[in-house]
Design a protein around this ligand. Structure first.
Ligand SMILES: [Zn+2]
Length: 136
């Protein structure tokens, strides 16, 4: 199992108040890329005294500390996930907002090929696919 956000904060010297600890815990347990409103909903159930402003500030702090990744998927609010070593891309259901994570070796290689063609060595990339579910 990977380290949780609380451990990462400790490792990076990010100070954790009790409220931040709750936000870190909820975020660690969320695998669905929540936005701040959704995260606030979850956090409120544990501690109703936490304000949405605190959630915003904490998420921003975690993002700036390299603990969370922020995604600005088009047509929606910024969504967050724990930044882990493993790379993956996203397929976004434009109707439900559901997010599917995937890694495709062919796409990875193809992107390197394109960068190479223009004389570049690829250091990072971001791929977002948007779709609607086919009727079966
Ligand atoms: Zn993801």
């Amino acid at each position: 199992m990977s380290e949780n956000i609380e451990q990462k904060c400790l490792a990076k010297g990010v100070k954790l108040t009790d409220q931040r600890k709750i936000i870190a815990k909820v975020m660690s347990e969320s695998n669905d890329h929540p936005d701040v409103d959704e995260l606030y909903n979850r956090v409120s159930k544990i501690d109703p005294k936490i304000s949405i402003a605190t959630v915003y500030r904490t998420v921003k702090l975690f993002e700036e500390s390299g603990i969370l990744a922020k995604h600005d998927f088009k047509g929606g609010k910024a969504r967050y996930e724990e930044l882990n070593e493993g790379h993956h891309d996203h397929l976004i259901d434009v109707k439900s907002g559901e997010i599917i994570e995937f890694v495709d070796e062919e796409i990875e290689k193809l992107q390197e090929k394109i960068a190479d063609k223009y004389g570049y060595r690829l250091v990072d990339h971001k791929l977002e696919l948007y779709g609607v579910k086919k009727k079966s």
